[in-house]
Each structure stands twice: as C-alpha cells, then as structure tokens.
Design a protein around this ligand. Structure first.
Ligand code: ADP
Ligand code: MG
Length: 390
C-alpha cells in the first residue's frame, strides 16, 4: 500500500496480549489529523514467543518467589524480542529507524488490578529505545487507572476513530485471550439518547476469549490452541457447565469493567468442573467455546440490539467454529447482526490491536487524550503513555 502524502508520520505498534502467544507488530501510516482514516499498514510481523519465554511469562501471572527480579529479567528478554520484531518490520518496509516517529508498545500484562489502583505490564522501554534507536512510548494504562479508570479496554477509542459509521451502529469484538467489545453507535441512536447522557461509543471486556480454551487444550493435548476450533467442534456443549460458568458475577456487572487472567484462570475452571459429574474433555472444550460466544452475544443483545454488523478481530477471528457459535448465539437472541472479520473494514484481524497501539503512540505524540472516560470510567480525558526518547 502506498504511503499517504499528507501524514502525521509513521508509527510502529507492538501488541502482546493475554494469550501469551507472541508479539504482533505493524508499521502504520496515519493521514494528518483530524482525519485518521484510512490507516495504511506498511508492514506487519508476528513473532511467536519461545517456549521458555512463554513459560516464564505464564509463571509470573500468579504470585511466586522472587517475582520482582524475575519480572525485570523477563522484561529484558521481552524487549529484545520486541526489538527483533521492529528490525523485521523495518527490513520488510525498507525503512530506516529515523523514518519512524515512535514505537507504541503495550508490554505484557502480569497484573491488572484497577480496583487496587495499579496495572503492571512487563516491559523495558528504555532497553527497546536503546536497541532500536527509535522513541518508545509505553505504559498506556497507568494514567487512566490513576484517574480512577479501569485502564482498559483502550482500543475502543481507536475503533471509534477508524471504524465508526454515522449511518449505522457497528460492533467491534476483539477476541484475544480476553474478549472485549466496542459499540460504535450511529447518529440516529444518539439523537434518541437522553440529553446529556448521549455517548457515541461504549466498550468493555465481556470475559474470556480464547484463554480458557487455550489452557484446556494445552492440558489435554499439549497444543497452544485449538486450531480452527476442530476439537471444540468435535464435542457436545454441557448445559450444566455452561450455566454454572455463566453465573460468574463478572458477567452481570455493568460496564465500565475489565478483566484478565487474574479472574479467568485454571482454578476458576477447575472450581466449576469440580462441582459437576465428570465430563469428556472435548465436551468441556465445546462448552468453553460456547461460553465465549454467548457472553459476547449477551453483551451485544444488551448494548447494541440494533447493530447491523459485528466485526471480529483478534486471534478468535481465525477460529471458524467460534465464529459460527457467535453467529448462532446472535440469532438465538433475535439479533439481525451478521458476523464478519475486520478485514471487511480494511484491517486484518490480527493487526487491529497493534495498529491501535501505533495510534495511541500518535495520540501521545500529538499530546491528545487516548482514553474514553465513558469506557474506562476515568474522571476525564487523559494523555496516555510515557516517552523514552531514542
Ligand atoms: N486458526 C486458529 N484457530 C483457533 N484459534 C486461533 C487461531 N489463530 C489464533 N487463534 C487464537 O487466538 C489466540 C491469539 O489471539 P491474539 O489476538 O493474539 O490474543 P492476545 O491479544 O490475547 O495475544 C491464540 O492463542 C488462539 O487461541
Ligand atoms: Mg497475541
């Protein structure tokens, strides 16, 4: 794709999410403000984590011995991995570091406790700046939490900037380890909203995306994920398990809300399984896929019953079984929305989050807010991130 002539610069976005699968990176070119659409993706790269990096990140998800030192060391390994991703992106695009305005890097969440006033992403942005020679903008979530917000999800602001259509209500669902939804309301819906209450976007984490399915197939077949959902499709959902899991308080909490591995982890699943007669492993997988699909569909039924299209991004978009379960769950709730991938809006499902962090870096660069207070619950608009100059 060609570079737009009037642009705010080239930004690299690096995203590594709760799935702990690897880093997705892009070089994105944004047209000059205020028009930030279309976004041109000049290069993209996915660099999976090594088994040892993945294992160490997984171990850091819960309390353990000497975790401060372990987190610092893994942050260094991670930042070298990010730097290798940046090198690959530059080589693919035929660009030099000085042609990139900044890198927006999410880091790897090891704790997310907004209710206690903190979130922690393992990362060493100073090392990344040193290794790449490019300005690095990092730690996008902390300022929103300092302002009383959830620090998450941050992508709805980006979804609104690039995917909204005044003529129709659109839903964007990101199915990573955790699933989050953005509802981008059309202007007619807004016109009918209570004065002073109108808001053109809402967004929140709906609950588990792939995280439970990933850990279950790992335990039973040693695989990182259920490719194309074939194992889930081979089983029969167990209604008793589905009902029990859907009673989790988180699903009933009104947004703003966000969640992560702090809640949806192995013990959470074990607790539900332990209270029921033993189930075949494939049936559990089928039920976990249905839990993801139905909790997303419930959120859409509640907040966007008039949506025409649900655009899916994140790794879950590559799971045809999950997509079919989501389409079916929407139908069962009498919703007319069709399910498509964000490819239909010009950004591949596995690039959306990385482009979002490139966009958040652009926002920081322009000293513009990156959060949506109505989404995160923060007291107000805030400039997100911290700069580590090259
Ligand atoms: N072909 C596929 N079939 C089934 N699941 C897939 C496929 N491709 C990716 N995934 C799922 O997507 C996950 C990665 O999604 P991603 O958007 O990177 O999540 P995160 O942001 O949490 O890292 C994998 O762990 C896997 O569960
Ligand atoms: Mg990922």
């Amino acid at each position: 794709m060609s570079t737009p002539t009037t642009q705010s610069g080239l930004f690299i976005g690096l995203m590594s999410g709760t799935s702990l699968d690897g880093v997705d990176g892009v070089i994105a070119a944004f047209p000059s403000a205020p028009v930030q659409h279309p976004v041109a993706t000049l290069a993209s790269a996915y660099m999976p984590f090594s088994a040892s990096l993945r294992a160490e990140l997984m171990a850091l998800q819960s309390a353990g011995q000497d975790e401060i030192e372990r987190e610092a060391l893994v942050a260094n390994t991670l930042s070298s991995h990010y730097a290798a991703c940046v090198e690959r992106l530059l080589a693919d695009a035929g660009l030099r570091p000085d042609q990139i305005r900044a890198i927006g890097v999410h880091g790897q969440t090891v704790r997310h406790r907004p209710e206690l006033g903190f979130t922690r992403q393992a990362n060493n942005p100073a090392l990344l700046a040193e290794l790449t020679g490019i300005d690095v903008i990092a730690d996008f979530r902390s300022r929103d939490i300092a302002a009383g917000g959830q620090g998450a999800p941050l992508v709805p602001a980006f979804h609104q900037a690039v995917f909204a259509d005044p003529a129709q209500t659109r839903v964007v669902v990101n199915i990573g380890g955790i699933a989050n939804i953005s509802v981008l309301y059309d202007h007619e819906t807004l016109g009918h909203a209570t004065p002073g209450q109108s808001r053109d976007v809402i967004g929140f984490d709906t609950g588990p995306g792939n995280v439970l399915m990933d850990l279950w197939i790992k335990r039973h077949h040693g695989k990182d994920y259920d490719e194309n959902g074939l194992w889930a499709a081979s089983g029969q959902p167990a209604p008793a398990l589905l009902d029990a899991m859907r009673k989790e308080d988180y699903f009933a909490v009104a947004p703003p809300k966000s969640t992560g591995r702090d809640l949806f982890h192995e013990e959470w699943l074990a607790r539900h399984l332990g209270s029921l007669p033993q189930l075949a492993a494939a049936d559990v997988q089928a039920t976990l896929a249905l839990l993801t699909a139905t909790t997303i569909a419930d959120a859409i039924a509640q907040h966007a019953p008039a949506a025409q299209t649900v655009y899916v991004c994140g790794g879950g978009a590559y799971n045809p079984h999950l997509m079919q379960q989501l389409a079916q769950a929407l139908q069962q709730r009498q919703l007319a929305a069709t399910v498509q991938s964000t490819e239909a809006l010009g950004i591949a499902p596995n690039h959306v989050e990385a482009v979002a962090f490139a966009w958040l870096a652009l926002r920081f660069d322009q000293r513009l807010p990156g959060n949506l207070p109505l989404v995160t619950g923060a007291r107000g608009l805030r400039i997100l991130g911290a700069l580590y100059p090259a």
